[in-house]
Ligand binder design. Sequence first.
Ligand code: FAD
Length: 390
Amino acid sequence: MGIDTPLYVILGAGVVGLTTALELKTRFPASEVIVVAKHLPGDRSVEYTSPWAGANWLSMATDNGVQEEWDAVTFKKFERLSRQSPECGIRRMDIRAIFDSPIENAGILSQGTGKIWYEKLVGGLCEVPTHELPQGSNFGYDLSTFMINVQSYLPWLQVQVLKAGIDLRRAKFDDINRLFESFPTAKAFFNCTGLGSYSLKGVEDHNVYPTKVHHQLLSLLSHMTLGGPTILYYYRRLYPETDTYVFDIQGQILLVETPSKPLEKMYFRSPKRVASDTTYVFPRFPHGGVVLGGCRLDGVWDGNIDLDFAEDIKRRCCALCPDLGKPEDLKVLYHAVGLRPSRKGGPRIEKQFYGNRMVVHNYGAAGAGYQASWGMAKYAVDLIIQTSHL
Ligand code: FAD
């Protein structure tokens, strides 16, 4: 690269960092882009959320604003990818979504309009007939959306990054100023560190929820090598009286073998769109196994797998999707726990100047890091275009 070639550095190689890198390189093909991260696709760590996701597109945005826009941009991108690059692991698939709360309390209606904003985008919602609703549920709908096999998609993103001539480097930075020193000629930096933004000096986002949390969650944080003790330190200083958390929500999942007749549909059941006792069945079509979830905030758990809870997940999933068979017959391939990087006020996508160094933050995607990824990346890159820095 020539001396005048603009250099952009992205910290983080989860779905958010890799997508941001691709968006940047597509918009500025003549620029040099470097992605630096402690974890890269292929790694498995509780500090690295992206490998643990289910995943699918089922928007949880209701802001009647940018978050809905991010999901819409990503839905359209997934549509193209599933047609043009089916090897990427994204596949069009129906989902049946069941809610136990009445619709007005289910967290799915857009602010202002009182409607489900994506009805037209997905090609319509089909109400589940009353006689097909499971006991205790209130309503449900079927829709056509996307299944994301993250085991394929994350490495695929990495390959696209390398094919685009983006440099991938493995490194850990405890302080954002060290990043600036390492790349003195960079025009801008993108902070896509997910959970790492807690403890990354110079960022240290303490935008915590003053919300009741279970002590087991805090004990999990204290066990984390990246930032756990730091988080606890600040949390205790900020909220000495209140239990508080930022890492919402822990998700425990199982991957089980594909049944002899592969499932062709995903299933979701929850009191609300975002809740602590969600049940979901995401087949990684056709033979990549089936992800069974869900989450919880209560009970006895720490960073380790809770096998009793895994049994509960199996039972709930088989009840929701009888084609899975009996819970005792499921062949478990592995159990996993992941932490969704949530943030009070929603994801942070904004630019910040450190002297003459510009950083665009792009983190805090919570449970939507895949389904919002392309929209978030576009929004983040737009921020540098709106700057005279270029
Ligand atoms: P991460 O994947 O955690 O990546 C962070 C990157 O930053 C890593 O490369 C890390 O090494 C690096 N990093 C951090 N700090 C530093 C540092 N100091 N120095 C160097 N590198 C650093 N989303 C959906 O859209 N749909 C779903 O259906 C869905 N299901 C989910 C199910 C579960 C069980 C879980 C756990 C999550 C699910 N999610 C889903 C959420 C999604 O996985 C996350 O939103 C997403 O992975 C966040 O990506 P990220 O790139 O921000 O963070």
